[in-house]
Design a protein around this ligand. Sequence first.
Ligand code: TXA
Ligand code: MG
Length: 349
Amino acid sequence: MTPLDPADIVAAARTIREGGLVVFPTETVYGLGVDATNAQAARRVFEVKGRPPDNPLIVHIASTDRLRSVAQPGASCDLAEHLLRRFAPGPITVVVPKAACIPGVVTAGLDTVAVRVPRHPVARRLIEEADVPIAAPSANRSGEPSPTTIAMARHSLGDRADRYLDGGPCDIGIESTVVSVAGNVVTILRPGAISAADIERETPGITAARSADLSDSSTGSPGLRHRHYQPRARVVEVTDGDRSILESVATVLHQRNVALSIVDDARDPLSAVRAIIPDARVREYRDAAECARHLYRWFTELDSEGADTILVRRPESVGIGEALRDRLCRASGGTTLADWLRSIPEPLE
Ligand code: TXA
Ligand code: MG
């Protein structure tokens, strides 16, 4: 990556102020940003992405001090500010009653707005320089994976965006934790790198609950109602108990174009598969954080390489593992090894 010229950020900020669309890096995924107070610009974001109009955008601000410029004062705003003081800048998005300056198109007609303070230095400088809050969904056409490199964003949006700012590959790789707040309860609407346990540990007196059914439109985030990204290849979640099954279906595995996403750990049941089919495509990672960082890029790469099945070990539900499990479950549609084996023809002997 060639280092970003500060003049590019100044020019991009001008594009935002003039109602244009700028692709910019955040620590989670790349965003497609517009002036959050400009309804016409926000409408273009929905058009360009092919995004359903009932799926609201996240508003990005430069610092927690700016929360009250986009939110209405009150108890929720106070609690949201308390959370941001602890976790921002970083991958957390708070849902709060919206201020009048945020048009209904941004919030899909809701009277709440989702707000976050990104940590990526390019994002922060862009928002400061533009001097307006920036509404930004992930920088992909609806139904595609969130881009974690500028190349993925360009491939998805092409010349539909007015400008691109390259900030290198995203550090976290999956979208922010979205929470709503009420009383002293924080409800996780979309899991992300900041977990319920992190929130309870860092903000004593606050209880963090995971929304019981994230696909329930009355409690969950509106975005979760919509089809989530699934690669063309079938994603199959493998658990540690599947090792002996995997060893017994060597012939099946040989006949499929299988890709493996593997923990660099002998306990990973997929390391047994690797021994059986040494020429399988492999993506290796050390831990859940590294898997999250590369996941969307791997999915797009493996699709373009023609993999027909991606076997992934289900991570433990701790730390970012909780959010990674959520994304893997959406990508696999809940397909287990047993489901997959039942669905494919008997191997030819
Ligand atoms: O990490 C991220 O959050 C990235 C970067 C670019 O900041 N953004 C992102 O935006 O993932 P998007 O548009 O792909 O997802 C926004 C999520 C959706 O699930 C949406 O339903 C939810 O936030 N959301 C937005 N406004 C909301 C609101 N008022 N109430 C509940 N959920 C809301
Ligand atoms: Mg998105």
